[in-house]
Design a binder for this molecule. Structure first.
Ligand code: GCO
Ligand code: MG
Length: 402
């Protein structure tokens, strides 16, 4: 088999998605997600100008070799833009392999290790009261695991809370808008919130929280310690983790499980975290973590150290990534949980999907390959609209992590 053509489809059904389509001389094509929120066109340019011309004529069956061609073979290692491009190529090649062998992706990864995929949803409200109601709504929809985010008294823009009644979506049209942040108010509020949530709903639901990189290591340690009585499933991104050693401080002070890595892109971002057992869940998703080929290695290394996966699954990752993640989660032994933020209906006008949510779990069907398709005519009806993630400042104006 030979790759004859490849193209990038940039479309905005409610939000921007970048999709790579690789075609072969046998008429089989594969799809890969290449969406990097707020940096879409950078990935498009890399794919169109450099990767696609080099793909033409290659044998799509040689997935491992092609992965290393674009990773090791390119002198400039690592980085979100290039790893997102590599991820898309890799997903599309696994999709082609599955279709050519007429078998679902999970079968190529070792077959089923489980029948259903535990997912967590988001409950978010403008204050503690509304947030507690939202948690109840999610529990009544069958969710076994709920991420709890709330507006914080005295902070105008808490992460994860929508400003209107629409579902939460952090990217807004145009250039980045600025938000303000106050860690002291947040740290004082959060344990009180979780105490109330546990008082109302008891212990029979998994609770998660995303600190979204906004603590220093010692603040993260305090937060993890003070949340300990409420038995979180995980505390996500207490620190950015650029400095992997910073997780030691948190670990030494608390048994609250830690999830990290949605902004990472290679195994080298995790090596200290994994080998020193400083974390419990890996967040790096297929779409930004080098695709299936690389994530198989990350998951295998993590499994040795009792660390499970908990892939990022926000709405800025396309249905192609979600379906691929569900196959991956079906196959590996050390799956932990999958984030599930349902896409708006308009997204499914462009992408036809092969997965479903039912009573706290997700299921992917047996269609060959990844199993998601794209309607290119529909995609063209929703042209790209520039959108950016916010920029964050402390109350005195200092730039901070968003
Ligand atoms: C999450 C994430 C997202 C990101 C978003 C950025 O845990 O789901 O933190 O909300 O902020 O995906 O593009
Ligand atoms: Mg997050």
């Amino acid at each position: 088999m030979k790759i004859t053509e490849a193209k990038v489809i940039l479309s905005c059904p409610g939000r921007n998605f970048v999709t790579l389509k690789i075609m072969t001389d046998e008429g089989i094509y594969g799809l890969g997600d290449a969406t990097l929120n707020g940096m879409e066109k950078a990935v498009v340019a890399y794919l169109e100008n450099y990767c696609i011309p080099a793909l033409i004529g290659k044998d799509p069956c040689r997935i491992e070799d092609i992965w290393h061609y674009f990773y090791r073979g390119v002198y400039w290692l690592r980085g979100s833009v290039s790893l997102t491009a590599i991820s898309a190529i890799d997903m599309a090649l696994w999709d082609i392999k599955g279709k050519s062998l007429n078998t679902p992706l999970y079968n190529l990864l070792g077959g089923k290790s489980r029948d259903r995929i535990l997912v967590y949803c988001h409950a978010n409200g403008k204050d503690a009261e509304e947030t507690i109601d939202k948690v109840g709504e999610k529990i009544s929809k069958g969710f076994r695991a709920v991420r709890v985010q709330s507006g914080v008294p005295g902070i105008e823009d808490a992460y994860g809370v929508p400003k209107d009644d629409r579902p939460y979506e952090p990217a807004a049209k145009g250039l980045a808008h600025e938000e303000t942040w106050d860690t002291t108010k947040y740290l004082n509020f959060l344990p009180l919130l979780f105490r109330k949530v546990r008082d109302v709903y008891g212990e029979n639901v998994h609770l998660l929280h995303d600190a979204h990189h906004r603590c220093t290591p010692v603040e993260g340690a305090r937060l993890a310690k003070e949340l300990e009585p409420f038995h979180l499933f995980w505390l996500e991104d207490p620190v950015t983790g650029e400095l992997q050693e910073s997780l030691r401080l948190i670990r030494h002070h608390s048994t609250t499980p830690i999830a990290i890595g949605e902004v990472y892109n290679t195994i080298f971002d995790h090596t200290t975290l994994i080998t020193e057992q400083l974390i419990d869940y890996i967040r790096m998703p297929l779409v930004h973590g080098g695709g299936i080929t690389h994530m198989l290695k990350v998951a295998a290394m993590a499994s040795v150290y009792h660390i499970n996966t908990g892939f990022h699954g926000a709405t800025d990752l396309s249905p192609v990534n979600l379906a691929a993640a569900l196959h991956f989660n079906t196959a590996i032994n050390n799956f932990g949980i999958q984030e599930y933020m349902p896409h708006q209906d308009i997204v499914h006008e462009v992408f036809s999907i092969n997965y479903r949510y039912d009573d706290g779990f997700m299921f992917v069907d047996d269609s060959p390959g990844i199993g998601v398709d794209i309607d290119e005519k529909k995609a063209a009806e929703y042209p790209y609209e520039m959108a950016s993630l916010p920029v964050n400042r402390k109350t005195d104006g200092t730039i901070f992590y968003w």
